[in-house]
Design a protein around this ligand. Structure first.
Ligand code: UD1
Ligand code: MG
Length: 434
């Protein structure tokens, strides 16, 4: 397509009330600006992002994830406003699609009606029962006459329900001709991009409105908008995976980051949260389990398990209240109430309830290695670094401080003592039986 994209992201985002720049607020695991860049990449490879507030921070975030994005720093002191943002932007193609950094829900699909229309300017609109906060669009005979910003509206214009969604497709020569003609004589003393419409209209240019879906084109201005957008994003993410063969029980209670990948047939029970670069293949994740940056293959986890970053789990059963961190578990069972951190555990091994890898000595983290077919009794503490070879039994309640050779038993217990009738003496009560 002969189209360049400019993404406006120089605004301050005051209404977010945040130290984090608005376009870096995450939605489903990614800063919101990621989504609009991904959409822009489906349109063209000539993409410019306009920055000003926190420019370096935003530029770094984008450059870390995308190649070939150009940046333009807005001369905000002299030319504030959406019109100022576009001044002197360099574009390669004959049409310029203007997108906003705070519109994470715009998809390539939802842009198609805009890209297929012919006109000097194609602009997006939708109708809102409560149009407050948006520029009102005055339309006559299916052509746009003007856009009036809320702060500049007359009482009658304020009642107009058709609003400017803020995405436009301009012929490049229209932008080049009209941008220098903008003035800042308005309530906000800004250079409004929207004033180009009025100027172009006077010269008889064709300005075509396109009604777009509200859901995709609503901008994020507050943390309330952010939460609403995330709900929509979550529905999209989960619908996609369900269509790919993932069963989800009560999907409205499940949270999945947009970076998570499922493979094969998976079942996800209610209340599960999966974050980051997790990959789940042919596994059953039971209710209220939390998974972060982990790989899980041919396994079941939960209910109420926590799988933390760096865990690589295959052919394994993980039961309730088990926490796993940075561990490789291959073909094992850990059914109840355990912590496995910095561990490597091999096939056929059973980890008893209440087993803890004591991986931290207060300064450093250490590894626990456990071989094949090992039986770890309940309530075992493994003081790392420690290695347990194949075919070992560790008795319940043992504190393992030394490496254990193949085929051995390890037991460390205080010998059991029995003091008869101690209870009755201690509480000064008679024995009911005698
Ligand atoms: C703008 C439109 C309004 C429309 C609304 C839709 C103008 C004058 N008004 O208003 O008609 O209904 O979007 O959401 O265009 N930005 C810059 N540099 C600036 C100012 C803003 O890059 O100097 C960027 C912002 O980061 C944001 C976008 O432009 O991504 C829109 O800015 P915003 O301040 O949200 O404009 P609105 O007042 O909402
Ligand atoms: Mg806005």
């Amino acid at each position: 397509m002969d189209i360049s994209v400019i993404i406006l992201a120089a605004g301050k985002g005051t209404r977010m009330k945040s130290g984090l720049p608005k376009v870096l607020h995450p939605i489903s695991g990614l800063p919101m600006i990621h989504y609009i860049i991904e959409t822009a990449q489906k349109v063209t490879d000539d993409i410019t992002v306009v920055l000003f507030h926190e420019a370096e921070r935003i530029k770094k975030e984008i450059s870390d994830s995308f190649d070939g994005i150009a940046f333009k720093i807005q001369d905000h002191a002299n030319y504030p406003g959406t019109g100022g943002a576009l001044m002197d932007a360099k574009t390669a193609h004959s049409s310029v699609l203007v997108l906003n950094g705070d519109m994470p829900l715009v998809t390539f699909e939802s842009l198609k009606p805009v890209l297929s229309k012919k006109g000097d300017i194609v602009m997006t609109v939708f109708d809102l029962p409560d149009p407050s906060g948006y520029g009102r669009v005055i339309i006559e005979n299916n052509e746009v006459k003007a856009i009036v910003e809320e702060k500049d509206c007359s009482a009658k214009q304020r009642d107009v329900k058709t609003v400017n969604a803020g995405v436009y497709l301009f012929k490049k020569e229209i932008l080049e001709f009209y941008l220098p003609k903008l003035s800042n004589k308005n309530a906000q003393a800004e250079y409004y991009l929207t004033d180009i419409i009025k100027l172009a209209r006077k010269d008889g240019k064709k300005i075509v409105p396109v009604w777009v879906e509200k859901e995709s084109f609503k901008g994020i201005n507050s943390r309330f908008d952010l939460a609403k957008a995330e709900e929509i994003m979550q529905d999209r993410i989960k619908e996609r995976w369900m269509r790919e063969g993932v069963t989800m029980h009560l999907p409205s209670t499940i949270y999945i980051d947009s970076t998570v990948v499922f493979e094969g047939e998976c079942t996800i029970d209610s209340g599960v949260n999966i974050y980051g670069n997790s990959v789940v293949s042919n596994s059953h994740i039971k209710s209220h389990t939390v998974i972060e940056d982990a790989q899980i293959k041919n396994s079941s986890c939960g209910p109420m398990a926590r799988i933390r970053p760096g865990s690589i789990i295959s052919n394994t059963h993980i039961g309730n209240f088990v926490e796993v961190k940075k561990s490789r578990l291959t073909g094992i069972k850990v059914g109840h109430l355990s912590y496995l951190g910095d561990a490597e555990i091999d096939e056929g091994t059973n980890i008893g309830a209440g087993t803890i890898t004591c991986n931290y000595d207060g300064i450093r983290k250490h590894k626990t290695k456990i071989g094949k077919n090992v039986f770890i009794g309940s309530d075992t503490q493994l003081i790392a670094p420690v290695t347990i070879k194949d075919d070992v039994m560790v008795a319940a309640g043992t504190t393992v401080t030394k490496d254990i050779e193949k085929g051995s038993l390890a037991i460390s217990r205080v010998e059991q003592k029995i003091v008869k009738n101690f209870f009755y003496r201690f509480f000064k009560k008679g024995d009911k039986n005698g």
